[in-house]
Each structure stands twice: as C-alpha cells, then as structure tokens.
Design a protein around this ligand. Sequence first.
Ligand code: ATP
Ligand code: MG
Length: 340
Amino acid sequence: MVDERVVAPEVDEAERAAEAALRPRRLAEFVGQHVVREQLELVLHAALARGGVPDHVLLSGPPGLGKTTLAMIIAAELGTSVRVTSGPAIQHAGDLAAVLSSLDEGEVLFVDEIHRLARPAEELLYVAMEDFRVDVVVGKGAGANAIGLTLPPFTVVGATTRAGLLPAPLRDRFGFTGHLDFYSSAELEQVLRRSAGLLGVDLADDAAAEIAGRSRGTPRIANRLLRRVRDWAQVRGDGTCDRAAARAALEVYEVDELGLDRLDRAVLRALCVRFGGGPVGLTTLAVAVGEEPETVETVAEPFLVREGLIGRTPRGRVATPRAWEHLDLAAPGGPASLFG
Ligand SMILES: Nc1ncnc2c1ncn2[C@@H]1O[C@H](COP(=O)(O)OP(=O)(O)OP(=O)(O)O)[C@@H](O)[C@H]1O
Ligand SMILES: [Mg+2]
C-alpha cells in the first residue's frame, strides 16, 4: 500500500520517463524557487562571462522539488554536457576516479544522493573538487603505484535530501548551496499548466487549483496527480479536465483536499478517535493502523506535522484543533473548550 501511494514524494522506475518529458530545460522555464534561481543565474552567468567554470553547486531539499531538474538546467545554461552518477552507484573510490579522469573540460558532474557516498570516494571527491587532481592507482600488489592526475576544470553539482548528513569537509567544497523549499499553490498551478500544455491536456483553471491544493507543495506529486486526472477524464468523463473531473479522479485515488491519502487519514483518525487526541506513543499509534512504527514515522507523520495536523510532544503524538476540523469531528470538550 505504502509503495503505491499516489502522493509519495519519491519516484519509481516506471515513472522516470514520464517525468523526464515534463522537465523544464532552462532556468527561465523553472517555476518558483525565486531566490535559488536568481542566485544560480548570477553564479552561472558570471562564470560564462569570465570564460571559466562556476563554483561547485550543492542542491538540497526534499524529494520531488527539482534538484535533478536544476542539475540538468545548470549544464544547459553553461552549454555543456552532464555526466550523471550517484552516491549509491559508486561502490569503490576507483569507480569515481574513473569517472573523474574521463571528464572533459567544463563538464558538469552530477552526483545525486551525494550524502550516500562511501568514505573513500568522498575523500577522493573533495580533493578533486578543490585541486582538480585525482590519484589513480596503477598496477596491483607490491608494484602498485599512485599516479597523480591533473583534471581539467569541471563543476560538481551535488544533490541531497539530507544536507545535514554531509560531512563538513565535503560541504565546504561547494561554493554555492541552494536549498529548495516546498512550492506554493500558485506555483504548482503554474507547473500544472505548463505540464498540461506539454501533455496536450486541456486543463481548466479551477482544475489546476484543485490539483495544486492536493499536491503537498511538490511538483512531482502535482504532475502525477495531473496524469491521474487526465486518465479519469479520458475513461470516465468526456476528456475535459475541469474541476469536477479533478475532484472525482482524486476521490478514486483517495487523495483528499489537503493532499492526505488513506494512510495519513487513518493515522489522524486513530489519533483523534481511538486515543482522544493523544498524547499517544508512536508504537501504539502504529499498531492501531496496522503499520510499522517506522512507516508511520517516515511516511505519514512528516506531512501531518508540516500541515499542523499533529504535534510531537515528549509524551507522544497529539492532535491539533485543525486535525479535528479536517476530520469533521468535534474536538473533545465540545464548543465550550473554545471559551475555556
Ligand atoms: N520548478 C519546477 N518547475 C517545473 N517543474 C518542476 C519543477 N521542479 C520539479 N519539477 C518537476 O517535478 C519532477 C521532479 O523533479 P526532480 O526529479 O528534479 O526532483 P528531485 O528534487 O531531483 O527529486 P529526488 O530527491 O527524488 O531526486 C520533474 O519531472 C519536473 O518536471
Ligand atoms: Mg533527483
């Protein structure tokens, strides 16, 4: 159930192609994130004007907000090509040395999930980033020899959902760090209109607003919900993506007005109804909804907390007044508590 969540912020293999088709190619097409966009534009254009390579760029932020998209855009703005790798893909420092030593001058090396690089690879990377040098070991055993290889200047673009996990020496090698934040509804509507255009979907303004409001501040989710609404309109409707179609489709997928899905609502309901609004411990709450505590904590809870529906206290999870309101339930103590 959890893996199939239509509001999951992560992407699965099958979805990658659909995503790639909707990716903005240039900075000017990239919606929202005005601060990061402006700063990045300065960094890139200054480098272009000097005829050099820009500082290494670190992009951090939750899944689905545009880190990979921006990495590709950086290469496009610089008019160069991008080599893609990721922390988990680099098993040995040697793998990274091979990639580094094959880079062309000015190329962008995109290292996704950079916080997952193994220690030896990480050390190799920061020497390469600082001195444009890599030590390659030639030969084996007693005859092995480390040869220092000078690299042409290049730019590392690192992406991470967990900036806090990056060791300081690596973090310090990035001259520019951009932190991506959740998008406003208006920005998501803009993303949706752009995507609808590319998909050839006739999306009414009120439908865009409806979908945006349920997308949890995340373009990836907005695009996914748009595809589900388009499917519904084709199969159950007359092809028009209006507000009624959006509402009906998202009801089928059990995504409510706030973007909560079934698990989120089950957690919220258990907290309010079974435990009277808490405080209740995570494990107890998880048992009540038939999930692992870890699932509740990592999958449902972050968004519920972000939306101000539940709070975490030393004694456990508590429902906020907004939670009762969202579930259409009277808070304990009734209306009198409003005045107490
Ligand atoms: N600012 C934006 N404007 C338009 N579309 C966007 C924007 N940001 C993201 N998207 C869309 O959302 C999708 C997900 O973005 P992307 O893959 O760049 O996220 P990510 O931050 O790399 O996520 P992850 O942490 O999972 O790797 C892309 O297909 C892209 O089309
Ligand atoms: Mg990515």
